[in-house]
Design a protein around this ligand. Structure first.
Ligand SMILES: Cc1cc2nc3c(=O)[nH]c(=O)nc-3n(C[C@H](O)[C@H](O)[C@H](O)COP(=O)(O)OP(=O)(O)OC[C@H]3O[C@@H](n4cnc5c(N)ncnc54)[C@H](O)[C@@H]3O)c2cc1C
Length: 431
């Protein structure tokens, strides 16, 4: 490093920033990783499960040293009304073997570990410092301002999360609109490991991931989640911020209702809430992505809008890490050429495509629009649960074949067969 200049300053020690810092420091580049929290991860939250592929690529067999909770072997998605539910379950024992498909995690431990890896590799980690602005010189980003301090770098990587101030200050994105984001709340509820394994029918340290659609968000766009950690459960809700505002619902009340639902209450019975947190989720996908690079700047992770919520799966951590990797490769190329202009940094898009971040975002570009429909949260859970409940009901009435039951159920619902067919077609193509 020239006395007063870094090759890269990375803002935010979440998974995106720390992955980029680790890879750059490993190659011997001068990297400063700045985190506003007193320790990395101390204020970070997510639902609870990270798909392994991206981290396994940069730190092979990371699970041998990372603070992971449980490998997920059980998946389910449940449509729920106030008193009924219908679930689709999947269990795959292969997911309990290396290379584990996904793990539940707690962010305070995990983020601190990953930032620690970057520090071990040679990155300078500065915690408890909030970056306030980017420094510009003739239209290009040349560093950052934190309080009174001005720090210079060849390139700045904005890894500052969903509500990225840096991306806005650098002119790469406008302020987020409420319909582009969701509000997430989560409680961590402690229970003994053996109670968790017994209640979720899990062998040993295997884990479960459960997603919920319908009554848990009172028909608003979003859903509920429940993940098993070693000795706690991560339980929460994600609700579209615009709908929450419009309907004047308090998310703190929604989560208490969710906990009291007959499907959830027995699972958390006797547990103690040890953590409560809330966070924004950028959910508008492809259509909300900012400009991903400019002169002297790259944008990674949530700051770039790299989150996919398809209802049956939620991805953000793996995309954050993969984009951190793509940014690190970009900086290495730029350093080799001695050119950090936006033309040189444009190769970031190619690296993002190679690691499939951009393909995935583009592939699912119609999902956020499709998932805006209230029918998915209000009507279809009602239709599905009534239909299945009737299939299992015997009360001496004349029998009806399955097709007749389905048609009757659709006739009784506020949507007709045509609307249902259109939604099924659109959903099949969007998700
Ligand atoms: C409720 C909820 C549930 C989710 N569930 C899942 C899930 O189950 N699986 C999944 O894969 N993803 C999930 N996600 C998404 C996932 O959490 C994010 O995609 C991921 O954390 C993005 O990582 P990141 O490093 O880009 O940003 P973040 O993790 O948000 O990290 C940004 C970092 O930047 C720091 N920072 C911000 N501003 C500044 C500043 N000005 N100066 C210095 N530091 C700053 C922050 O303190 C933070 O440490 C969920 C998100 C939410 C909110």
């Amino acid at each position: 490093m020239a006395d007063d200049k870094f090759t890269a300053i990375i803002i935010g020690a979440g998974p995106a920033g720390s992955a980029a810092a680790y890879l750059l420091a490993r190659e011997g580049l001068d990297v400063l990783l700045i985190e506003r929290g007193e320790t990395p991860g101390c204020k970070n939250m997510f639902g609870g499960r990270m798909y392994s592929h991206a981290l396994n690529r940069i730190i092979p067999e990371f699970w041998k040293e990372a603070p992971v909770e449980r490998p997920v072997v059980q998946e389910s998605i449940t449509f729920m009304t106030g008193d009924r539910s219908v679930s689709l379950n999947c269990q795959d024992e292969n997911w309990a073997q290396p290379p584990y498909h996904s793990f539940t995690l707690l962010r305070a431990e995990f983020d601190a570990w990953l930032a620690g890896k970057a520090e071990e590799a040679g990155a300078m980690l500065a915690c408890g410092i909030r970056v306030d602005d980017v420094l510009m010189d003739e239209g290009r980003v040349v560093g950052v301002r934190a309080g009174e301090d001005e720090l210079l770098a060849d390139v700045v990587i904005a890894a500052d999360g969903a509500n990225s101030l840096i991306t806005e200050k650098a002119g790469l994105r406008k302020e987020l609109a409420p319909r582009q984001v969701a509000t997430g709340v989560k409680q961590v509820i402690e229970l003994p490991p053996e109670v968790i394994s017994q209640r979720f029918q899990l062998e040993g340290n295997n884990g479960a991931a459960r997603l919920f659609v319908g009554a848990c968000t009172r028909g608003m766009g979003g859903g509920g989640f429940l993940y098993t950690n070693k000795s706690s459960l991560s339980l929460g809700l994600v609700v579209n911020a615009a709908e929450l505002q419009r309907n004047q619902h308090k998310i703190s009340e929604l989560i208490e209702d969710f906990k009291a639902h007959p499907l959830i209450a027995p699972l958390i019975d006797g547990g103690q809430v040890v953590e409560y947190s809330a966070h924004l989720v950028p959910e508008a996908g492809w259509n909300m992505m900012p400009r991903l690079f400019g002169d002297g700047i790259l944008v990674v992770g949530d700051a770039a809008g790299f989150v996919l919520n398809l209802g049956y799966l939620v991805r953000g951590m793996d995309l954050a890490i993969a984009s951190g990797e793509a940014a690190a490769r970009t900086v290495m190329e730029a350093k080799a050429r001695g050119d950090f202009s936006h033309q040189a940094l444009g190769i970031y898009q190619e690296f993002l495509r190679e690691s499939s971040v951009l393909q995935d975002m583009e592939f699912y570009r119609q999902a956020p629009g499709f998932l805006e429909s209230r029918r998915l949260y209000e009507v279809y859970p009602q239709v599905a649960t009534s239909l299945v409940a009737k299939m299992f009901t015997v009360e001496g009435a004349p029998p009806v074949h399955l097709i007749g039951r389905i048609m009757n159920q659709i006739k009784e619902s506020p949507v007709g067969l045509t609307q249902l067919a259109v939604d099924a077609w659109k959903g099949g193509r969007a998700l």
